[in-house]
Design a protein around this ligand. Structure first.
Ligand code: IPM
Ligand code: MG
Length: 355
């Protein structure tokens, strides 16, 4: 097949890991006889430096016209410590989500047998964890209006707002995903306190009738935060709102033992975006030490979900597993014999090309 892929490296380690991701996609194209065309765009702090805008119109156009987007990471400590900055790299991410209509963020959480012992959880708890968090991504408190400060600056506020339409849209996706997996859906909310959550729960309860084969559980978010640690194997698909999803996905991501391993997909109305769930890790930028596996696994999601290339995605996942088995991994996973970002990428690239 022919596909146009937009590549947005972003900030920090973004360019290094994306470089690996592109090489992996090129290897897949070569091995399977596809033609992938890569076009680069600016986002985040690097885009602010060049254009003053963290998600410039040209980048939006590029994404819109592409078949899939491979995204690195954005963020720069220069902005984190300056609450007065009026333009922030993260605004680029939010603008991208909103403009591309990326209402669903899909974050699989699976533990790798090769990394048993790396998890902060006891091995008997971490073993065999395999669930997906579906996070609503374009609504809720992240985008609700009004927001801001009172005139005297001494009061600050946001608005948490959800329409039934937004809730149905994300729940539909989660119900279907549970149907393709183990028929188990957990709706996470705070319906004992929030009216938005009560609308979520009411809507989910109504939709249950349409999906009788799915076993639906309702869980308050504070309890869910605890259950993810105490008994993570109970989960199959978790669906939740934007803010709760932000928090729970960070929590869930460490179960595997390395943040450097988890990919994500953001899908919606226009082109889907695939990115590692970790941030821009500025301390490691330019050092060739960051773990590229989350990005490589994101290319697998791009191949499967973005382009419908299942076999190709399996090949990439298989190669990642092989590198873990061989212990050919970066310093976050190996203290004794760490490999560089680029070396790890090259090992996996060759593995793919050698079939
Ligand atoms: C994420 C990040 C973003 C979010 C930040 C960087 C704006 O934490 O993708 O989870 O809060 O959504
Ligand atoms: Mg987050």
């Amino acid at each position: 097949m022919k596909a146009n892929i937009a590549v947005l490296p972003g900030d920090g380690i973004g360019p290094e890991i994306i470089d690996v991701g592109v090489k992996i996609l090129q290897a897949v194209a070569e091995y399977f006889g596809h033609q992938f065309d890569f076009q680069y765009g600016e986002t985040g702090a690097s885009a602010i430096n060049k254009t003053g805008d963290p998600f410039p119109e040209a980048t939006f156009e590029l994404c819109r016209e592409s078949d899939a987007v491979l995204f690195g990471a954005i963020g720069d400590p220069k902005y984190d410590n300056n609450p007065k900055a009026t333009v922030r790299p993260e605004q680029g991410l939010l603008a991208m989500r909103k403009k591309l209509g990326l209402f669903a963020n899909i974050r699989p959480v699976t533990t790798f047998p090769e990394l048993a012992g790396k998890s902060p959880l006891r091995p008997d708890l971490a073993e065999g964890v395999d669930f997906v968090v579906v996070r609503e991504l374009t609504g809720g408190i992240y985008f609700g209006e009004p927001r801001g400060r009172s005139e005297d600056g001494k009061t600050a506020f946001e608005t948490n707002i959800y329409t039934e339409k937004e809730i149905v849209r994300i729940l539909e996706l989660a119900f279907k995903m549970a149907g393709d997996r183990n028929q188990n859906l957990t709706v996470v909310d705070k319906a004992n306190v929030l009216s938005t959550s009560r609308l979520w729960r009411e809507t989910a309860q109504r939709m249950e009738k349409k999906y009788p084969e799915i076993n639906v559980n309702y869980m308050f978010v504070d309890n869910a935060a605890m259950q993810i640690i105490q008994n993570p194997r109970q989960f199959d698909v978790i669906v939740t709102d934007n803010m709760f999803g932000d928090i729970l996905t960070d929590e869930a991501s460490v179960i595997t033992g390395s943040l450097g391993l988890l990919p994500s997909a953001s899908i919606g109305e226009l082109t889907s975006v695939f990115e590692p769930i970790h941030g821009s890790y500025p301390q490691a930028a330019g050092k060739d030490i960051a773990n590229p596996l989350a990005t490589i696994l994101s290319t697998a999601m791009l191949l499967e979900t973005g382009l419908g290339l299942k076999k190709e995605a399996e090949t990439v996942r298989h190669a990642v597993n092989a590198s873990l088995k061989a212990g050919f991994v970066t310093e976050d996973l190996s203290k004794d014999n760490p490999k560089k970002t680029s070396e790890t990428g090259e090992w996996i690239r060759r593995f793919i090309l050698e079939g």
